[in-house]
Ligand binder design. Structure first.
Ligand code: PMP
Length: 376
């Protein structure tokens, strides 16, 4: 059987990882500033993570959600403590799309309304409602097309107010920092505006934190910069450091009905062990503060480099916009300098490294990047 390649792939086989480095099958070492698309939050093969998962696998890896799994409650408590959202309820699932799917459904169940406000260039996943709220016609099939989703221009307060007047809005879904859309940071005032319009209209504020959440921005949720609370936060990616874990946290005024939320695999013993290990390491090693510190250092330094048109982001979620003639630089960073980066658009390099990235790693990248830029 032939494998369907879901992405254009680089012909590299990764066999080993440790911290912010990975090695290919020939033993070549790479610096990983992509983190497998924002998934590697605490670094590759962190010893505490490996031990917690291995120990759990030796006890019990899976049973089912029809029995009590104390690890789930431990995870909810830890997550409440680290995120500061202690009065929320946690529902565990397996991916970002599933988290958004459930959040959008739950919002509509809660207020009985249908219209969803989403934004241009948003990305919320590839399942039914999540893809309908994603601004990318390439990945929507006819069956997902729904007139329940209204796409508004990014950060346009007037359009937002008008949409609330025109429609019975069920929910607004927004990434605190758009990831796939090119690293666009939502302003504090825009997030506050959404909050006040949702309050005034009994609409649900859904903070898609799948990519920008979990400490990546230098705060637990990037929406925290605006000093507001969303009604539902959706999470995945960095939550399990590579083990598939997703979840939503739900504010106390929203009470899901029994049977509405559920999944076979969500919250299994291994997933909880992985997610707990991530939060434990984040706390012990103060990784959120590290993301803020190393991230702002990196952004400041990047702004000084030649040809760099714009540097956007927060913490360790950074977009570097280059002139289009420099689209080759990302490939050269990989093949000549052995540095993995991500792409937001062909001319926007996206950095999504482990939150444990050191200043020395940042400097290694800056030196290589400067060398390449100076060739133009
Ligand atoms: N929301 C955002 C903001 C994302 O970046 C992604 C994945 N790129 C998703 C949702 C979907 O997550 P998953 O691939 O785990 O379904």
């Amino acid at each position: 059987m032939k494998l369907f390649d879901v992405y254009p792939i680089n012909d590299i086989t990764i066999e080993k990882g440790a911290g912010s480095n990975v090695w290919d099958d020939k033993g070549t070492q790479y610096l990983d500033l992509y983190g497998g698309h924002a998934v590697i939050s605490i670094g590759h093969t962190h010893p505490h993570y490996v031990k917690r998962l291995t120990d759990q696998l030796q006890k019990v890896g899976f049973y089912s959600n029809s029995i009590r799994i104390p690890l789930q409650q431990q995870l909810a408590e830890k997550l409440g403590k680290v995120s500061g959202k202690e009065d929320y309820q946690l529902f565990l699932c397996n991916s970002g799309a599933e988290a958004n799917e459930n959040a959008l459904k739950l919002a509509s169940f809660y207020n009985g309304k249908k219209k969803i406000i989403a934004f241009k260039k948003s990305f919320h996943g590839r399942t039914s409602l999540a893809v309908a709220a994603t601004d990318n016609p390439k990945i929507v099939a006819p069956v997902n097309e729904t007139d329940n989703v209204v796409f508004l221009p990014w950060q346009d307060e007037k359009a937002l107010e008008a949409a609330f007047k025109q429609y019975e809005v069920s929910s607004v879904i927004i990434e605190g920092i758009q990831g796939v859309g090119g690293i666009n940071v939502a302003s504090e005032s825009f997030l506050q505006k959404i909050r006040s319009l949702c309050d005034a209209n009994n609409a649900v504020f859904i903070a898609d934190s799948v990519q920008c959440g979990y400490g990546r921005s230098g705060k637990f949720f990037s929406h925290d910069y605006a000093g507001i609370n969303a009604d539902i936060y959706t999470m995945a990616k960095g939550m399990g450091n590579g083990f598939p874990v997703g979840g939503i946290i739900i504010a106390p005024h929203i009470q899901p009905a029994y049977g509405m939320l559920g999944t076979t695999f969500g919250g299994n013993h291994l997933a909880c062990a992985a997610a707990l290990a991530v939060l434990e390491v984040m706390e012990q090693e103060q990784l959120i503060a590290n993301a803020a510190k190393v991230g702002s250092y990196l952004m400041e330094q990047l702004k000084q480099l030649p040809h760099v048109k714009e540097v956007r982001g927060r913490g360790l979620m950074i977009g570097i916009e280059l002139p289009e003639e420099l689209n080759q630089v990302r490939k050269d960073l990989l093949f000549k300098h052995k540095i993995f980066t991500g792409e937001a658009k062909p001319n926007v390099i996206r950095l999504l490294p482990s939150l444990a990235l050191t200043q020395a790693h940042a400097d290694q990248f800056l030196t290589a990047f400067r060398d390449e830029l100076l060739k133009y």
